[in-house]
Ligand binder design. Structure first.
Ligand SMILES: Cc1ncc(COP(=O)(O)O)c(C=O)c1O
Length: 433
């Protein structure tokens, strides 16, 4: 890693005042490797030593248009001049909700501030609607940091047990086992095991919550017909289907995964791309399921939920996405995917590039495909990570781990893609050839 003296010094200050020097565990890359950034603009970020990187992390996905994107900043400045929190309904909030409805097809919208909050609220709504307590979640799917869902997100393969009967693994300490008892874990993309679980437990199951694409596990795609199958099971057994679209929403299509796959969920959670990085999230869904949210019925709220600045950012972001920004994102993603695939084949490296163009992932494996968490966990992480660290030194920055896709923004240029492909080729050669 090339980060220099100023970055290291400043990270030392961070270590002295924040556990691990970070505010979210996934940002920690080691005492001597974690970055301290100085600024972001368009598709680029700079560290404290003024090293510039093409940013393919984009803050774990939100920055769909690019850093400090002028149209969003202008709208936010306009909004800030009229105050930023009223804890009362206002026009930006309504405008953004109207846009979300139009783009995704949901009937009703409530806001939150983060993806974590959105999935927490969605699960409560599902519990209230069904009168049932338990949830089904998939191994390797991530839905944020609250206790209901932080089970079997990134478990070590040594702890997961037999695939037909996965061991439920808490993300760490502080997770009450009694809450784990409310969660069933199943592997993704396996109709038989999901159906068995539903048939044996449906009377207790409020919801199936899922990432329609495994955005936290190398963008593993659903097998053909799988989402339709889950939809049908939910209909048959009165279970609420929640698509967690925190990563896919407003990124893989204007209407997210519901549009991309043509499958409708009952509830959907949105965050990241909704505000181009401003903290905003939303729960959207069918009127039948969300219509009874209200005082003394289904609790939902939050002082900052739907605040002026965040909803103004969402208005500006959604305007840009509606006007065609996603076409740029997709074209760039396709260019990258083709380039990386070519490198793997030219250099004889076993592996492939997968996922939607807006968030592709590279998986190094001898297998022909990966279909669930265990497949990805068994892929060649060590080599992938070595290649990525070489990329950092060449000024290209995807996330360091195999689970995180490459995120594309509308500000990335063809020249950025070509530089990233060339750097990837060099890095692969340096590590493997
Ligand atoms: C699918 C998914 N759901 C929920 C979350 C949590 O969102 P946040 O970090 O905004 O709390 C994430 C974050 O990466 C996510 O990818």
């Amino acid at each position: 890693m090339q980060s220099g003296e100023k970055t290291r010094k400043m990270f030392q200050r961070a270590l002295d005042c924040m556990p691990s020097g970070v505010t979210s565990n996934y940002r920690y890359w080691g005492d001597d490797k974690s970055l301290v950034l100085k600024k972001g603009e368009g598709a680029y970020i700079w560290d404290q030593d003024d090293n510039q990187y093409i940013d393919y992390r984009l803050g774990f996905g939100p920055v769909i248009l690019g850093h400090a994107y002028p149209a969003v900043l202008e709208k936010v400045k306009e909004a800030m001049s009229i105050g930023n929190v009223y804890a009362m309904t206002h026009e930006y909030e309504i405008k953004a909700a109207e846009k979300i409805k139009k783009m995704t097809g949901v009937d009703l919208v409530r806001y939150a501030n983060s993806g974590t909050e959105a999935t927490m609220h969605a699960i409560r709504i599902a519990r209230a609607y069904t009168g049932r307590d338990k949830i089904i979640k998939f191994e390797g799917h991530y839905h944020g940091f609250h206790d209901a869902v932080l089970w079997s997100t990134f478990p070590p393969l040594t702890s997961v047990g037999y695939r037909r009967a996965p061991v439920k693994v808490p993300q760490g300490s502080g997770m009450p086992q009694s809450l784990g008892n409310l969660v069933h874990i199943v592997p993704f993309n396996d109709e038989e095991l999901l159906e068995n679980k539903v048939k044996a437990n449906w009377g207790d199951i409020a919801c199936i919550i899922m990432e329609p694409i495994m955005g936290n596990c190398a963008s593993v795609m659903p097998k053909k017909g799988y989402l339709e199958f889950v939809r049908k099971l939910c209909d048959e057994y009165g279970i609420v289907l929640i698509f967690d679209e925190v990563k896919t929403g407003f990124r893989i299509a204007k209407g997210g995964a519901q549009e991309y796959f043509g499958v409708r969920s009952d509830l959907a959670t949105y965050a990241k791309a909704l505000g181009n990085g401003f903290p905003i999230a939303a729960i959207g869904g069918k009127k039948e399921v969300m219509g009874d949210i209200g005082f003394l019925k289904i609790p939902h709220g939050g002082t900052y939920a739907g605040n002026v600045v965040a909803t103004a950012a969402a208005c500006a972001t959604l305007d840009e996405l509606e006007a065609g920004a996603l076409d740029k994102v997709s074209a760039h993603g396709i260019r990258l995917m083709n380039g990386f695939s070519q490198v793997l084949s030219d250099r004889g490296v076993p592996g492939f590039v997968q996922g939607p163009p807006a968030m592709p992932a590279i998986v190094l494996t001898e297998e022909a495909g990966v279909f669930d968490y265990r497949d990805v966990a068994a892929s060649n992480h060590a080599i992938y990570e070595q290649v990525i660290w070489k990329l950092f030194a060449k000024g290209v920055m995807p996330d360091s781990g195999v689970h995180e896709p490459w995120f594309i923004s509308a500000s990335h240029t063809d020249a950025d893609a070509d530089k990233a492909i060339e750097a990837f080729d060099e890095a692969v050669m340096e590590v493997l050839c």
